[in-house]
Design a protein around this ligand. Structure first.
Ligand code: 9MR
Length: 359
């Protein structure tokens, strides 16, 4: 190929990338300006690849479709995606037996057109479960659980690499199992059943238990450890554990504790992933610049634990731009993510990059 040909190909690739695409991979009309300024930093996924990790974020299909800058920033920096809510039970099956895969399908098509892997989140969770499930008798509940897991996992078979099978099943106060519709109706065996059903529905997907508050060494992380060790020892098909890592820079577990916790899970033969990371800074003292620097350090420490652990396979952030974070809604205005509201990389971004590059 002539040098001019190379330049043309490069220009085309850059143009297509800059215009983004429909969330189903189809081109969008190029009415938006190039969404990612050329001064942007190198793709974060390149740094993650140096560490041998996938780097992901939770997204919403409407934003991928309607906000070209959101879509282009996400596509540039990440190679792994989780639906922030569209693959939970309630949006997928609001009425019994009536499945709506439209939101999840859009995210999966976006991922496929961008060369990303997909994590399905989450098959069983006490939240985002439709009201009708709460009203079922135990035998009906078992049938509904089987039907939901089979239908959803088979629908995405071969397209979703990893499933969060059970989410947040441990109680916060006593370390026992959380009092949920699933525990009440089916007993503690529901967790093992869910993993077995998921494995049958897609033998190639990695199956994960996901929870929060068990990042360091404490009652919750001990309970998570005991739960997954028991599952492993009983031959239940579990492949990994997700540590959500919703942190506050004003107080969070020391990196040494996180490393020890990850190591003991890895020693069970499990993969570990950081599954929903964000770092709140509104409770920090100091000016904005110093708070952002502190946030950078927290990201570097926690992601550094994963970077240094061969069995930690991925880091997912719960969103990527401060323009869209659940933290604002639930706790109040904050800036917990890697990009600011104008999609400029924050110090936090570079803390993560440093962690992946071992700096
Ligand atoms: O961030 C998610 C928010 O947009 C949804 O309204 C909510 C209910 O579906 O779930 C939030 O995500 C949660 C995740 O699924 C599990 N861990 C805690 C997350 C924050 O609440």
């Amino acid at each position: 190929m002539k040098p001019g040909g190379v330049a043309l190909v490069v220009a085309l690739v850059v143009t297509v990338g800059a215009c983004g695409g429909g969330d189903d991979g189809s081109p969008t009309t190029p009415t938006n300006p190039p969404p990612v300024p050329t001064t942007d930093p190198d793709p974060l996924r390149n740094a993650a690849a140096v560490a041998g990790k996938w780097v992901g974020a939770a997204v919403q299909s409407s934003l991928l479709r309607n906000d070209a800058t959101y879509a282009a920033t996400f596509r540039k920096h990440f190679d792994y995606v989780t639906a922030e809510w569209e693959m939970k039970w309630d949006p997928l099956q609001r009425e019994p037996g009536v499945f709506d895969f439209s939101g999840g399908d859009r995210i999966v098509r976006f991922a496929e057109s961008s060369g990303m892997n997909v994590k399905g989140h989450a098959l069983l969770w006490h939240q985002a479960t439709p009201a009708w499930v709460e009203e079922l008798s135990p035998p009906e509940l078992r049938i509904a659980m089987e039907d939901h897991i089979r239908t959803v996992v088979q629908h995405y078979r071969g397209r979703v690499a990893v499933w969060d099978v059970v989410n947040e099943a441990i109680d916060d106060s006593n370390g026992g199992l959380r009092d949920t519709v699933f525990l009440r109706g089916l007993g503690p065996g529901y967790i093992a059943e869910a993993f077995r059903l998921a494995r049958q529905a897609d033998p190639d997907a990695l199956l994960v238990y996901n929870d929060y508050g068990g990042e360091g060494l404490n009652q919750k992380s001990n309970a998570i450890y005991n739960l997954v060790r028991g599952l492993k020892e009983s031959g239940v098909p579990i492949d990994g554990v997700g540590l959500q890592m919703h942190l506050s820079a004003a107080g969070y577990p020391p990196a040494g504790q996180i490393a020890a916790n990850v190591a003991r899970l890895a020693d069970l033969g499990l993969l570990v992933n950081i599954s929903e990371m964000d770092v709140q800074i509104r409770d920090l003292a100091g000016d904005a610049a110093s708070r952002l620097q502190r946030q950078r350090e927290v990201y570097r420490e926690a992601v550094g634990v994963c970077a240094a652990q061969p069995r930690c396979d991925a880091v997912t952030f719960w969103g990527f731009t401060d323009a869209h974070s659940w933290i604002d809604e639930f706790f109040g205005e904050d800036d917990p993510l890697l990009f600011d509201e104008q999609y400029q990389a924050k110090p936090a971004f570079f803390g993560v990059e440093d962690a992946f590059l071992g700096r």
